[in-house]
Ligand binder design. Structure first.
Ligand code: GN1
Ligand code: MG
Length: 359
C-alpha cells in the first residue's frame, strides 16, 4: 500500500512538471466517487486544481476525450459571453506544450480548474433542488444545441445502445468465466425477458435527433456552491452524440430513488414522484421549443432505459469478474445490478402516473 502511494506521488510529480505552476507545496487528496477514473484535488498556497488519471483501458481515445472537452468548454464559454449560459465552465489547464492531456508511462492525466468552495452532492434532498438539477443539465444541453454534433469524437462506441449492451450480457452469460451465473440466473432471465421494451427503445431511438449529450448526468456530476445551487456541469468524459432521453433518464435514475445506486435494501426502494415532476417539468421548460414532441415523449422511455441499461452493465461486469467498474466489496456489481433493475421495475410500474406528471 505504501509503495502504491509513493509511486502515485512520483507519477503526480512527473505530471505536474509539465505545467507552468509552482507545485512545490502541494497537498493531494482524493476527490469524488467515480467508478472509472482516479480524481484528486491539488491545493497549493495559491491555487486549487483537479487532477485526473484517465483509465486508458476504458477510454483508449484519451486524447480525443480531452479534445472533446476542450471544444465543448470553448463553445460553452462563447455562449456564456453571449448571455446564453449561466453556469461556470471549469477549464482544462494546458500543459507547457499546449496539450489538453499528458501521458506519463502508461497513464494519461489531465489538470482542470477547481471552482473554489464548490462541492458535489450524492442525493437530491428537495423538489426545489431537483428543479435546479434538471434546469442545470438542460441549460448545458441547450447551450450545446447549436454545436455541430459530428465535430465531437465518439469516445465509447454504442455507449447507450441497448442491443449492444444486451449482446455483451449474453456473451458474459455464455462464457460464465467466474462461475457466478447460478447466483444471478433469475436476474439474467428478467433482463432477457424485457424484449418488448428493448424493441420499443430501438424503434424510438431511430426517430430521435442527435444532440451533444453528457451521457453521465448523475447528480454527483454537478458542482454546487453555497446554498446548494448548481454552478457547473462536470465529468465531460462521455460527452458524445446522443439522445436527450439518455441524459434525462440518468437524472431520474440518480434523483428519484430513495436509495443509493449500490444500496442492498432494495425492498425499501420507493420512487419519489414529486422529484420526478420537478425534474421533467424543469427539463422540458428549460428546453422550450428546442425539444420536439417526440423527444418529450421519449423522456419517459429514458427514465426506464437508464436504470435498465446500467443495471445490465453492472450485471455483465459482475459475470465477467469486475473488470470495468471499480468495486469495493464482494458482489458490489451484483448489488448495483439488483438495485438498478429494481428501480427499472418501479419506473415501469409508475409509468401511467409519470406520463400524467409530465403534462
Ligand atoms: C460510470 O465513473 P463514473 O462514475 O463517472 C460509467 C457511467 C455509469 C456510472 C454509474 C465511462 O461513471 O456510464 O452510469 O459509472 N462511465 C463509463 O454510476 O462507463
Ligand atoms: Mg462519468
Amino acid at each position: 500500500m505504501e509503495n502504491k502511494i509513493a509511486s502515485l506521488h512520483t507519477d503526480i510529480d512527473s505530471v505536474l512538471n509539465n505545467y507552468d505552476f509552482d507545485f512545490s507545496q502541494v497537498e493531494v487528496t482524493t476527490l469524488g466517487n467515480g467508478h472509472i477514473n482516479n480524481t484528486y484535488k491539488l491545493a497549493t498556497p495559491d491555487f486549487e486544481f483537479v487532477l485526473q488519471q484517465i483509465n486508458h483501458d476504458i477510454f483508449p481515445k484519451t486524447v480525443e476525450l480531452s479534445c472533446n472537452a476542450q471544444k465543448i468548454n470553448l463553445h460553452l464559454l462563447a455562449q456564456k459571453n453571449r448571455g446564453n449560459y449561466p453556469l461556470r465552465v471549469p477549464g482544462q489547464v494546458l500543459t507547457k506544450a499546449g496539450e489538453t492531456c499528458i501521458k506519463i508511462g502508461a497513464n494519461y492525466w489531465r489538470l482542470m480548474e477547481f471552482i473554489s468552495g464548490s462541492y458535489t452532492l450524492e442525493e437530491v434532498e428537495s423538489t426545489e433542488q431537483a428543479a435546479l438539477v434538471a434546469t442545470a443539465f438542460a441549460q448545458f444541453s441547450c447551450a450545446l444545441s447549436d454545436f455541430p454534433v459530428n465535430d465531437i469524437a465518439v469516445i465509447i462506441e454504442d455507449f447507450h445502445d441497448i442491443s449492444f449492451r444486451m449482446s455483451q450480457l449474453k456473451e458474459a452469460v455464455d462464457n460464465n468465466h467466474q462461475d457466478r451465473l447460478a447466483d444471478c440466473q433469475a436476474l439474467v432471465n428478467f433482463c432477457f425477458n424485457q424484449q418488448d421494451f428493448i424493441n420499443h427503445v430501438v424503434d424510438i431511438s431511430k426517430k430521435l435527433p442527435l444532440h451533444v449529450t453528457h451521457n453521465d448526468t448523475k447528480i454527483n456530476n454537478l458542482l454546487f456552491t453555497a446554498g446548494d445551487k448548481p454552478c457547473a456541469v462536470i465529468d465531460l468524459d462521455t460527452c458524445m452524440p446522443g439522445l436527450l432521453m439518455h441524459d434525462f433518464g440518468d437524472m431520474v435514475r440518480t434523483c428519484c430513488s430513495n436509495l443509493a445506486e449500490d444500496d442492498t435494501s432494495t425492498e425499501k426502494m420507493v420512487l419519489n414522484l414529486d422529484i420526478f415532476t420537478a425534474l421533467i417539468q424543469n427539463y422540458q421548460n428549460t428546453f422550450g421549443d428546442k425539444m420536439t414532441a417526440l423527444e418529450k415523449e421519449s423522456l419517459i422511455v429514458g427514465a426506464k432505459l437508464l436504470p435498465f441499461i446500467i443495471g445490465t452493465r453492472f450485471l455483465t461486469d459482475h459475470l465477467n469478474g469486475d473488470n470495468y467498474f471499480q468495486v469495493s466489496r464482494e458482489n458490489h456489481n451484483l448489488d448495483r445490478a439488483i438495485s438498478q433493475v429494481q428501480l427499472y421495475s418501479l419506473v415501469c410500474e409508475a409509468e401511467p402516473e409519470l406520463v400524467k406528471l409530465a403534462q
